[in-house]
Design a protein around this ligand. Sequence first.
Ligand SMILES: NC(=O)CC[C@H](N)C(=O)O
Length: 337
Amino acid sequence: KEAQPQQKLANVVILATGGTIAGAGASAANSATYQAAKVGIEQLIAGVPELSQLANVRGEQVMQIASESITNDNLLQLGRRVAELADSNDVDGIVITHGTDTLEETAYFLNLVEKTDKPIIVVGSMRPGTAMSADGMLNLYNAVAVASSKDARGKGVLVTMNDEIQSGRDVSKMINIKTEAFKSAWGPLGMVVEGKSYWFRLPSKRHTMDSEFDIKTIESLPNVEIAYSYGNVSDTAYKALAQSGAKAIIHAGTGNGSVSSRVVPALQDLRKDGVQIIRSSHVNAGGFVLRNAEQPDDKYDWVVAHDLNPQKARILAMVALTKTNDSKELQRMFWEY
Ligand SMILES: NC(=O)CC[C@H](N)C(=O)O
């Protein structure tokens, strides 16, 4: 009998940053009470021996933190390492293990600034590896499966959680106690089952190769802050954020990104002082903010974030402001990305 030709395995690098996927609890019953960012990348890889059937996997510990503590400098550091690896001929795909709290921000940031069509997959877990029914093992296995597949190329930065393949642009953490935590208002791009990807749709917003932003030309990120809105809101937070040097303020608005009459005058003044005002919505299942709906954006020279939630709007605003401070250009970018 003739020997079957051995199929060459893809080379996948796992960049570890911490989070619950690297978490550890006191007992197997601790699914919610544990410490994040405890387990090193070599131990994570050793915990899923099946990875070696999918790819030649190697790991790097880029940082070891809970993702709520990620800074802009951390984002730049990670982004630069991803770009170096993506440029390397012996790397076919990159996986980033990450805490889930700001996973959607990092995924969107990389989606905007990495000039590569190689798969970049961001993955986390909702339960630490020490817990019963821990989800990190399968999420990581799925991430490596997608990162090593040719059909994941050119689809932008992806997130594999709960068997779904999500667009890093669209996906958001919607609940903090279920393994089914990550959702997109526009649906997942595909499913990954037993190491095989099944695709259903493609992202239509600009990303990676088609993006005008490039991590290699970004030296630092400007200060962009978010102010949350609710009934009886005051303008104190908006003014304080501007005072402390914010170049843009993301209005995490109610409903359609509406702005309280108690806040409108302050935002008009801040815009006159040069601060960019970007209206988004904090509704849970996905906002949809349109220009001149609720507020006269043309008249006030404000920008709308459209379907980007406040934390994703902050990411795009920071990246966009490295190129322009023109509100019309910013608005174009908010439609295109
Ligand atoms: N499920 C998680 O990853 C949350 C743990 C931690 N807060 C983090 O984001 O890193």
